[in-house]
Structure formats: structure tokens, C-alpha cells
Design a protein around this ligand. Structure first.
Ligand code: HEM
Length: 432
């Protein structure tokens, strides 16, 4: 039995249930917040309080030690905060429930020189030339052969459960160069899923996730140590991290283990939702789908526009390190700034007619992958995975379309956005 079939079984039950739980936690009570964001951008670009709370969604600004919170909605304000890590810090993240995932080497919660050093060591391991080989030898075979090809004969699928929940986890497993052993693969998948289930304020889910994170740490550390002892000369991520050096420093086994473990929450759910959202936007627009079929070079543009128009991670939070003023509102040192990326990405001041999905608009930076020193380190991997997945679907399912037997998918959610399910049909090849 393959990992794919094992985790597919889980996907119908445990994984699907965990995914639904995470969606419910971060969805809130408004499916389409964009008209409200537009109004805020125009009339109240600085809001006292966290709008995420008002929508009834879980938020990362609710912590043991309550602090004043302000929400910013405009592109320029969001950019000014994200690019200035000296005055707007991420360190408070260590106070959130995620701290136990992070002990010792918490990239997203680091600031200043330690963060610069860490990025200097990590970034070359994700460089475009590295990715080129990974795409060919690892990402393409995993997604196309293990996830898309086996669906073709069926003629119908639900893209979230049948593909998107699992391929990002499977790709990470492969990039880490974990042993190609069935029991180990299955164990990794179920541990990963328990960790992802912990992205929730539910104390039981958090406890299970912490235990899974500890388990994964212990098993990964053994692999890291063994790989270092064997010379670490492979092209897998762990070997590359062992060989990496920056300004005379290198990574310890503990740091490598912490970092690779952190990739699960950073790289799985985000890619799942981005792919599912993009497929929804594409299938809703048959004329765009036809353009893409005729010219696959449009795909990077479609990914960028999709991440602008419907970013999956819709808010970023930073702490003000000094008293500061935005649009006449004084924000005291120690306050939290909830940055509404979903709003900033549609700001007409930068993106003309921002509420319209238009792949032909001039290319401009959006915040779908973050911005500034914490910008997504796995951006090229994420884009490669999505490109490979979409191309494989278009290659192998020539008349792919929404399944008329199901309601059209709805992209919804406040803190995390995406469709719950994307039911599709196509004409399967005639069996000989
Ligand atoms: C479409 C999928 C993805 C999206 C939308 C996404 C989005 C983001 C965003 C918005 C941030 C910024 C966080 C901040 O400012 O605090 C981020 C950071 C990060 N991402 Fe991604 N990501 C994706 C996939 C991946 C993948 C595939 C990997 C790794 C293989 C990855 C690894 C990371 C890491 C390690 C960070 C932390 C960087 C730092 O704090 O310096 N992400 N991502």
C-alpha cells in the first residue's frame, strides 16, 4: 500500500474532520468581508480593536496578557509595518500558543540580527536553482504520479480531500529526504495531521498537537544526526541545511530539527488552501481556463493574481516597539497591529479596480506571501507545487469542470480563507 492510499483513507475521516475544524475556528461569521474592508480603507484606515474578533474568528492577538490592538487596512500602512521589523516586531509570537512548536529556533518570532542570520542560513537551501532540481525529481513525480494520475479513470473528484489536503505534506516528506519506507511515511503523515489539527484554540487539539510535535522532533533529530554522520552530501533539504553556512555560522542539529518541523504548519495548510482557491477562481472563469489551456505560460500570473485577490493567510500581526501614529491615531508602544492583508491586497490606490480578479493587471507586489524580512521562505516551492498540480490536472483531465451535482464552492473565512470542497468532473479515458 502506498502513502497516498494510506493518507487518502485518512483524508475522508480524520484529516477532513481536522481541516473542517480549523476552517470553523478561523472562519468567523461573515463569508465575504471585502465590502467591509473597502469601507474601512476609505473611511477608517485605523480601527481600534481587532476586526478579526468582531467577525467571531479566532485571532492571534488574543493572549494571556491582553494588549491594545489596532487594525490597519491600507496597502501603504501594511507595507510600512511589514518592512520595518525594528519598529514593528514579531517577538510577541512566543507568547501565543504556538510557542511550544518553536522553542529555541522560532523563525516567525525572531527579529533583528538573529533573524537575519537564520534567513542567511536557510534561504540558499530554497534558492531557484535548488528548486529546479527538486521540481523535476521530487515535486513533479509526487504530485503528478501519486496524486493526479490515479484519479484520472474515476471521472470525478473532490479536489480538497482527494489531493490538496495531502500533497503538500507528501512533498515536504520527500524534500526532507526521509526514508522511502511505508511505515515511516504513514507515521509522518499521521503526525503531521495531528500537528495541523492544533491550529486551533481548542485545548485538547492543542495538547494532541504538542505531543505530535514532540514526537516528530524526536524522530527527525535521529534522521538529522544520522545524515550528518553519513556526510550529508545529498540534495535533500536536511543535507542542504547541514551544509549551509553564513558569515562563518552553521546550523546545529537542534536548529535543523526545529526548522524542518516548523515547515509542516507553515507549508501544508497554506498550500492546500491556495491551490483549492486558485482552482475555484479558475473553474469559475471558463474563458480564463481556455486561455490557460492554450498558453500555460499564464499560470505564474494566475497564481500571483489569485494570491493577491484571495490570500489564504489574511492577517499578519506585529507589535509596536515605540509610540507611533497612523492617520492621526496614536498607537502606544506594546500595542499589537493586526494587518489586514486581504484588504491591503485590494487597495485601489495600488491595484486599479482591486475587487476585480484580472490576471492582465500590471505586476505589483501583493502581501499574499508576506513582505519584508519575514517574507515566505518557501515561496518558490509553493508556486512550483501549485504549477505542477494545475498543469497535471489540465494535462490529464481535458474537460475538467465543476461537478453540477454539487453546489459551487465558496471561498470563505476570515483569518484563513479557502473553499471547503471543490467537486469536479471530467471525461475519463475510454478503457481498452
Ligand atoms: C501557497 C502557500 C504558502 C503561502 C500562502 C505562504 C505564506 C506565508 C506568509 C504570508 C508568510 C509570512 C509570515 C509573517 O510575515 O509573519 C510565510 C512565512 C514562511 N513560510 Fe510560507 N507560505 C506558503 C508556503 C510555504 C512553503 C511551501 C514553505 C516551505 C517549504 C513555507 C515556509 C515558510 C517559512 C519557513 C516562513 C517563515 C519566514 C520567516 O519568518 O522569516 N511556506 N509564508
Amino acid at each position: 500500500m502506498s502513502l497516498k492510499s494510506t493518507i487518502e483513507e485518512k483524508s475522508s475521516s480524520a484529516v477532513g474532520a481536522d481541516f473542517a475544524k480549523v476552517s470553523a475556528t478561523f472562519s468567523g461569521n461573515v463569508d465575504d468581508p471585502f465590502p467591509i474592508y473597502r469601507q474601512k480603507r476609505e473611511n477608517m484606515p485605523v480601527m481600534v480593536g481587532d476586526i478579526v474578533n468582531e467577525f467571531g474568528s479566532a485571532t492571534f492577538t488574543t493572549m494571556e496578557k491582553p494588549r491594545p490592538v489596532y487594525t490597519l487596512f491600507r496597502y501603504k500602512d501594511v507595507m510600512d509595518v511589514l518592512k520595518d521589523a525594528k519598529n514593528f516586531s514579531s517577538g510577541f509570537l512566543m507568547e501565543t500558543g504556538m510557542a511550544a512548536f518553536m522553542d529555541g529556533f522560532a523563525l516567525t518570532a525572531m527579529d533583528g540580527d538573529p533573524h537575519r542570520q537564520a534567513r542567511g542560513l536557510l534561504q540558499p537551501c530554497f534558492a531557484p536553482d535548488v528548486l529546479k532540481a527538486w521540481r523535476l525529481n521530487r515535486i513533479e513525480p509526487v504530485i503528478r504520479s501519486e496524486f493526479v494520475a490515479p484519479l484520472v479513470a474515476r471521472g470525478s473528484a473532490e479536489l480538497v480531500a482527494d489531493m490538496a489536503l495531502m500533497f503538500p505534506i507528501r512533498v515536504i516528506y520527500d524534500l526532507m529526504g526521509f526514508p522511502n519506507d511505508h511505515a515511516a511515511l504513514t507515521h509522518f503523515a499521521s503526525t503531521a495531521l495531528r500537528i495541523l489539527g492544533g491550529i486551533s484554540p481548542d485545548p485538547e487539539a492543542k495538547k494532541a498537537a504538542m505531543m505530535a510535535a514532540r514526537e516528530l522532533y524526536d524522530s527527525t533529530l535521529i534522521v538529522v544526526q544520522a545524515r550528518r554522520a553519513a556526510g550529508a552530501d545529498g540534495d535533500d533539504l536536511i543535507s542542504r541545511l547541514i551544509r549551509s553556512s553564513f558569515e562563518g555560522n552553521s546550523l546545529t542539529d537542534h536548529q535543523i530539527t526545529m526548522f524542518t518541523r516548523m515547515l509542516l504548519p507553515a507549508a501544508a495548510e497554506t498550500t492546500t488552501r491556495t491551490f483549492s482557491t486558485l482552482m475555484t477562481l479558475l473553474l469559475e472563469r471558463p474563458e480564463l481556463l481556455a486561455r490557460l489551456r492554450a498558453d500555460r505560460s499564464l499560470l505564474p500570473k494566475i497564481i500571483d493574481e489569485s494570491v493577491r485577490f484571495e490570500p489564504v493567510a489574511t492577517f499578519k500581526v506585529r507589535e509596536a516597539m515605540h509610540d507611533t501614529v497612523f492617520h492621526g491615531v496614536t498607537i502606544a508602544k506594546g500595542s499589537l497591529l493586526s494587518l489586514c492583508v486581504a484588504s491591503a491586497n485590494r487597495d485601489d490606490a495600488v491595484f486599479e479596480d482591486g475587487d476585480t480578479f484580472n490576471i492582465d493587471r500590471p505586476a505589483k507586489m501583493s502581501f499574499g506571501f508576506g513582505f519584508g524580512p519575514h517574507m515566505c521562505v518557501g515561496l518558490f516551492i509553493a508556486k512550483a507545487e501549485i504549477e505542477v498540480a494545475v498543469n497535471a490536472l489540465l494535462d490529464l483531465m481535458p474537460d475538467l469542470r465543476f461537478d453540477p451535482a454539487y453546489p459551487r464552492p465558496v471561498i470563505r473565512g476570515i483569518q484563513l480563507r479557502g473553499p471547503d470542497a471543490v467537486h469536479v468532473v471530467w471525461t475519463p479515458p475510454v478503457a481498452n
